[in-house]
Design a protein around this ligand. Sequence first.
Ligand code: SAH
Length: 377
Amino acid sequence: MSHSAHARHFAPPPATTGGRRELIGLSRADLAAEIAALGEPAFRAQQLWHWLYHRGATDFAAMTSLSKAFRSRLAEHFTAGRPEIATAAVSGDGTRKWLLRFPDGQEVESVHIPEEDRGTLCVSSQVGCTLTCRFCHTGTQRLVRNLSAAEIVGQVMLVRDAFGEWPAPDEARRITNLVLMGMGEPLYNFDNVAQALKIAMDPEGLCFSRRKITLSTAGVVPMMARCGEELGVNLAVSLHAVRDELRNELVPLNRKYPLDELIAACRAYPGVHNARRITFEYVMLKGVNDTPADAREMVRLLAGIPAKVNLIPFNPWPGAPYECSTSGAIERFARILMEAHLAAPVRQPRGQDIMAACGQLKSASQRLRRHAAAAPV
Ligand code: SAH
């Protein structure tokens, strides 16, 4: 399927509530057009933007720098909502997971990972995922649609709400980094992801630097250059195998965009240099991709690319056909990379006890529905 056909097929439903249009997720230009259509001067759109994205207001009545008349017209025509929280969970290690539900009943998960010097919010870009990587739980979920820009940036705003961080403090805020590493393939929903990230990066709003944002892709090669040019965010690539034969099996997208094309696109990624390296994610699967020969082949494959490798111990899920590599195998693998001057940190699993770790996300509603369908009637 072409990218545009893909986008149409999986389009999110229009965001209106009782005839009122959702403002969150509109680009600055579209917001300005809506306000102009009400016959209001352009600076009103600017003020409104500030209330929405700097102050996090969801109630037009609270936007006290706006005239009363304007506030009531806004409330008549628009909403400034958030996804609904279906459930929230906290891990023993402080990781938090929210299951969010949209008006059409579809659900995604967002995960906050606190660390000593930062806090990372892991955001979803699709309900489910079409890629069916063999080791990933999300790939087993049947129903898939793209998230709208509102639903993507809404995840960040909702977690800001949860932490009471409006307006965002300059220091000690709990979300310092954003990663597009939740459910879905962000480069299969590029337009909405791009619109959401442009809002997230707007200096008069959520104000995330592009350096604090990482987009992870399984390797949608034709979209990678646009990602670098239009967004300039950090890129992470889910590599997981260094030979086509194995990668075809683990990451079926490789049959469409094989390793030589993927590596060429990484080499050409705009703005990559030694201070701004591409992250290669590599899930450690026992007896599958964790031999010293694999590590040496990776060194050869990544030669000349400003790269770091994130080794991810496989996170199990019910029915998964793999096991995690032994710590000895992981250490040996990392050592070979480091001897070749590739940074190779091992990612600490976070939030495993609440199924919030990499590759464990899956909307509970889908599981429940499948059980319900299987029950005798
Ligand atoms: N579709 C994008 C975004 C998802 S990122 C991508 O593939 O990059 C989620 C990351 O977690 C990916 O690197 C994915 O390969 C990894 N992952 C998936 N299942 C995993 C598992 N069971 N254990 C550890 N990592 C996993």
